[in-house]
Design a protein around this ligand. Structure first.
Ligand SMILES: [Fe+2]
Ligand SMILES: [Fe+2]
Length: 151
């Protein structure tokens, strides 16, 4: 498998979790469970993606701007996650802030898939894209573990 397909699998999971959370209410067990899953997924995905994909993309002058843009968005999402973690789930403002994050997540994964991956496909060979997928798969479980320990 090439890195693009693998990242898209995670993106689909993120889209699905965002949609599910929008249908939860208050400080419920369901919202807590889904949010715990999404925040770990978002952080672990972003870290493994930076290490396996963007670190390689950045090496090409044609990939520098996209990399900077993506990493900046990862950072903004981390800040939004921290805000949500510190808010009472029962408060109306929680869902307002969550909708902002979900909007950002969808924009980000859509942009990666529609703009950055097609450009990267021109810069990397099939073999390189497969090696990046291996690197991602190796890294992701460690990043999940790190996030779960931090939670
Ligand atoms: Fe990303
Ligand atoms: Fe991504």
């Amino acid at each position: 498998m090439q890195i693009y397909k693998r990242l898209e699998q995670d993106h689909d999971k993120q889209r699905d979790l965002c949609e599910q959370i929008k249908h939860t209410r208050g400080d419920s067990e369901k919202r807590n469970k889904l949010w715990a899953e999404l925040r770990v997924e978002l952080e672990a995905h972003a870290s493994a993606e930076e290490q396996a994909f963007y670190s390689e993309l950045m090496k090409d002058p044609k990939g520098t701007d996209d990399t900077r843009h993506a990493v900046e968005e990862h950072q903004l999402m981390t800040e939004q996650i921290e805000v949500l973690d510190n808010l009472d789930m029962d408060a109306d403002v929680w869902m307002k802030k969550f909708e902002k994050l979900a909007h950002k997540v969808i924009h980000h994964v859509d942009e990666e898939e529609a703009e950055f991956f097609p450009k990267a496909k021109k810069l990397f060979s099939d073999k390189e894209a497969e090696d990046m997928c291996d690197a991602f798969n190796e890294r992701k479980p460690a990043e999940i573990e790190k996030q779960e320990l931090a939670a």
